[in-house]
Design a protein. Structure first.
Length: 275
């Protein structure tokens, strides 16, 4: 009897036996139990105490090398503060994608109003956003991830100026900006912005080797079925990620190894799958 060859659709639709929850290995995943960044989250909470009185948190700068938990900490902070305060509205923006003042205002508008109006200009976005925040007594916390990637210093200064000095035109508006940077040389802001920005700096040192192992072990327990990968292989991936100074590499190695094992029809990840 002739065995039918699998089509591309057969392969895509196959149910695997390796992954319990593949989303655990994505950059968007936010663990319910978030390890080794309690100090940073506590610091962000401490500088947000004015929220309970209806005022925006202090501006903050989350600073550290790549893959040190800055983005996940920001998203976890947003998650927690929105759950606690109904008058807080948060907007996360990846400045590697949205690099101009217009794009940033457009994203805030879309997130706030759940609509995309391409015919509006920055001035229209600005006024509609500020009117809404004022009328509804909403505190806006804007997260600008990798804000050094904003197109140029002119765009950066315009963006920060319009948000941080909005109170001059809208006295009751409450806005906080949390910037995130992996760069050693942060783009300088001009005097009109720097005198009002004044962010609280929160540092993100790289994880220790044991911390890297513990974080990857948590992902393994959440993302794979029991027995899929050995402790020795987790330790091997952890050591490599630590040596390269990039936790994200370890997380993606786990995902790719799982993919290779599934493709081969295996029930366990072998060292050859890590290559």
């Amino acid at each position: 009897m002739r065995i039918r060859q699998k089509t591309i659709f057969d392969v895509i639709e196959e149910e695997g036996t390796i992954f319990k929850d593949k989303s655990v290995f994505t950059t968007e995943y936010i663990p319910e139990i978030y390890q080794y960044r309690d100090h940073q989250l506590d610091s962000m909470a401490f500088h947000s105490r004015k929220v309970k009185s209806g005022y925006a948190p202090y501006n903050m700068l989350l600073k550290g090398t790549n893959a040190t938990g800055k983005t996940t900490t920001l998203k976890k902070y947003f998650q927690l503060i929105k759950e606690a305060y109904s008058n807080v509205f948060t907007v996360y923006i990846n400045c590697k994608i949205h690099r101009t003042e217009y794009q940033i205002f457009s994203e805030v508008y879309k997130t706030l109003f759940h609509e995309d109006i391409a015919t509006l200009n920055t001035y229209n976005f600005y006024n509609r956003i500020m009117d809404y925040l004022t009328e509804n007594k909403i505190i806006l916390i804007l997260g600008l991830d990798e804000f050094d990637n904003i197109k140029n210093s002119i765009e950066l200064n315009r963006t920060l100026y319009d948000f941080l000095r909005a109170y001059e035109e809208y006295p009751d508006v409450q806005i906080s900006v949390i910037t995130v940077s992996s760069s050693k040389n942060i783009t300088a802001t001009d005097l009109n912005v720097s005198t009002i920005h004044l962010p609280i700096e929160i540092g993100f040192p790289f994880y220790t080797q044991q911390e890297v192992y513990s974080i990857l072990k948590q992902r393994v327990d959440l993302g794979f079925y029991p027995g899929v990968i050995s402790e020795d292989l987790i330790a091997y991936i952890s050591e490599r990620a630590y040596r390269l100074g990039n936790l994200r590499i370890g997380i993606k190695k786990l995902e790719h190894a799982g993919d290779r094992a599934e493709y081969k029809g295996h029930y366990k990840i072998e060292k050859a799958d890590l290559m």
